[in-house]
Design a protein around this ligand. Structure first.
Ligand code: E4P
Length: 218
């Protein structure tokens, strides 16, 4: 399973890249706003800076919600760097835009997926990735992992090449469950990825090994 990080923070992206397990980055307008990035030129510069750090796909979201606007913004984003994946919302014009980009060989990530039907439509339009938001489903009492499993079955039934990008991942159990049900990618905060490192028996075991070594080696 590929590990993407869901942030627009350059220091966090650099830390994840240096950790050696990073396959890509996802961003959204809220994450860009959190970093205080505003104005078209600054936004484009920031996406380029992310591409310069990461060795993998970088999702950059369009703001327009009409077909022509999404095409205009998406082409500008795609021109920035070959790592750019144009992130497009799950709306009717978004599906048309995904089809357009897919025919031009431009990678897309269909975002704000909350049902299997939405994922199926995006895959039929030729999306490179679909992003089901599992944490936000859990927040309202639905099981986000069930949705990943359902989409996996549908994509496998028909041989869709669209990758399932489990988004809105919030904790290490989400990551493990996504891997169990065959998600292609997960995206979440670096803290959720680093939490996979932790086990008290590892900490205790290492402490004991070092103590035993010190007993005879000083
Ligand atoms: C995915 O592409 C989104 O940027 C993101 O995962 C949303 O996560 P959140 O629900 O934690 O905001």
């Amino acid at each position: 399973m590929k590990f993407f990080i869901d942030t627009a923070n350059l220091a966090e992206i650099q830390e994840a890249q240096d950790f050696g397990i990073l396959d890509g980055v996802t961003t959204n307008p809220s994450l860009m706003a959190k970093e205080g990035i505003s104005g078209k030129n600054n936004v484009l510069r920031h996406y380029k800076a992310i591409c310069n750090i990461v060795d993998g796909d970088v999702s950059a979201e369009v703001i327009a919600t009409d077909f022509e606007g999404m095409i205009r913004e998406g082409e500008e984003l795609a021109d920035l760097d070959e790592k750019i994946v144009v992130k497009i919302p799950m709306i009717k014009d978004g599906i048309k835009a995904i089809r357009y980009f897919s025919e031009k060989g431009i990678k897309t990530n269909c975002t704000l997926i909350f049902s299997a039907g939405q994922a199926l439509l995006a895959a039929k339009a030729g999306a490179t990735y679909v992003s089901p938001f599992i944490g936000r489903l859990d927040d309202i009492g639905f099981d986000g992992i069930d949705l990943i499993e359902q989409i996996r079955t549908i994509f496998d039934n028909y041989g869709f090449e669209t990758e399932i990008l489990a988004a809105s991942v919030r904790n290490p159990m989400h990551i493990i469950k996504c891997a169990e049900v065959g998600s292609d990618v997960m995206t979440g905060p670096l803290s959720a990825i680093l939490a996979l490192l932790k086990h008290p028996l590892t900490d205790n075991g290492l402490k004991q090994f070092l103590a035993d070594h010190a007993k005879v080696n000083g």
